[in-house]
Design a protein around this ligand. Structure first.
Ligand SMILES: Nc1ncnc2c1ncn2[C@@H]1O[C@H](COP(=O)(O)OP(=O)(O)OP(=O)(O)O)[C@@H](O)[C@H]1O
Ligand SMILES: [Mg+2]
Length: 394
């Protein structure tokens, strides 16, 4: 049998963590961002910068900041300045200031102990490390709203005033705050808000023609020559455009359509592969949310999806879904985790907005879970798909 040919040349180019060398239709914003920071590169000790980037889902906020981070660091290196860019997704740290700042410190001190600090003294530590290293940091706080919602005004105020509190010392810490909209800032009191209000870059949704360019670029990097024809790119762009101009949706769709083509041993991605792929994407949820989960979290969620698929009820007790989870573990030949761990998973999945958890007072305290906007059938398909992939790579 001849080895299976894939339509992909380099699948990794469709990965959500991949940062492309060029960002079509974000040239203006890239220049603007560089402009905001150009003074700092020239006279690093004199000034710090704060920029807010906003835009809808999949409009390129994260990739714009990361791309800029790479440019900035190399530009500064050329000038012999120790500039670092740290990109932290606040949601991954559940919006908690301490681990976020700890993460920033580890950019310079990988072994820096994680425990034993108050929020205040970890901030002092960060500045101390920067002084000792004679370094400058641009801290990009992605999904910043989770930090605002979780920590509130005090923490934001402390964080953003850090620099001003160091009268007479070099300015070392700049920020890029990334969020979908400015609404969450309304939660803050006036003084905290005023420390944030600086330069704003707001990203418009992509139109269809722009999505075609972005996707065509990615096709060239990720697929074999001729594997994805123009009309297919057009179809994917159309679908991504109707999903609020979301480039991520388009890229995921390309990847998935390619998977369908490979599964059929086809040497081209036909429009039908795209249609199959789109019918199995969960609207409103990022694949990255699901792929970012640990294997037990996925198996737990799969257990939940199956439970709700088989039972016509809106809520399930934790012990009900625990049983389905144990069956999933058997299938994958893994030892199930205990009740407390599952409770933690449920809390985490609920912080991601996938589940809702509630404590019921009837018949003693017990935790109940329900699925929010994702149909159980789709979630099941999605997770089985992802777990099979994972198993294959194990
Ligand atoms: N102009 C562009 N050129 C090339 N790729 C792009 C462009 N804009 C977005 N992308 C790609 O689209 C995907 C989504 O972009 P990104 O993750 O930056 O969106 P986002 O605005 O941060 O979305 P969210 O609000 O959901 O976090 C990524 O894979 C990114 O590489
Ligand atoms: Mg993002």
């Amino acid at each position: 049998m001849s080895p299976h040919q894939s339509v992909f040349k380099d699948e990794a180019k469709l990965d959500i963590n991949y940062i492309p060398q060029t960002l079509p239709h974000r040239e203006r914003e890239q220049r603007l961002l560089m402009e905001f920071f150009s003074y700092i590169i020239r006279c690093p000790e004199r000034m710090a910068q704060r920029v807010i980037i906003t835009g809808d889902v999949g409009t390129g906020k994260t990739v714009l900041a990361q791309h800029f981070g790479e440019n900035l660091t190399s530009e500064a290196n050329k000038r012999g300045i120790k500039f670092r860019y740290a990109h932290v997704n606040c949601r991954e740290f559940r919006g908690s200031l301490l681990p976020i700042i700890h993460h920033a410190i580890t950019v310079f001190r990988p072994q820096f102990p994680a425990r034993g600090y108050s929020a205040e003294n970890i901030l002092t530590n960060l500045m101390q490390v920067l002084d000792e290293e004679n370094a400058f940091l641009v801290l990009a706080l992605d999904e910043f709203d989770t930090l605002v919602e979780n920590e509130g005004s005090d923490a934001i105020y402390k964080l953003t005033r850090l620099q001003e509190m160091r009268q007479g010392k070099p300015q070392r810490l700049s920020f890029i705050f990334i969020m979908r909209g400015l609404k969450s800032l309304e939660l803050l009191d006036e003084s905290a808000k005023s420390t944030l209000q600086r330069s704003l870059i707001s990203l418009e949704r992509y139109n269809k023609a722009q999505l075609v360019d972005i996707l065509a670029d990615r096709v060239g990097l990720a697929f074999e020559l001729g594997a994805v024809e123009e009309d297919v790119v057009d179809l994917v762009a159309e679908l991504a455009f109707s999903e609020t101009g979301n480039a991520r949706f388009g890229i995921e769709l390309l990847w998935r359509a390619g998977k369908y083509a490979d599964a059929q041993d086809a040497d081209r991605v036909e429009p039908e592969c795209v249609r199959m792929a789109v019918s199995n994407i969960i609207p409103g949820t990022k694949r990255s949310d699901l792929t970012g989960l640990g294997i037990h979290e996925k198996m737990f969620l799969l257990g939940i999806a199956r439970f709700f698929k088989e039972n016509e009820q809106a809520y399930a007790s934790l012990s009900d879904v625990e049983k389905s989870y144990q069956i999933v573990c058997e299938e994958f030949n893994l030892k199930p985790n205990g009740h407390t761990q599952l409770w933690n998973y449920a809390q985490f999945l609920s912080s991601l907005g996938i589940l809702k958890t509630e404590v019921s007072m009837a018949k003693g305290r017990s935790t109940h879970v329900s699925l929010l906007s994702i149909p159980a059938v789709k979630l099941e398909k999605e997770l089985s798909f992802s777990l099979q992939e994972e198993k294959r790579n194990m």
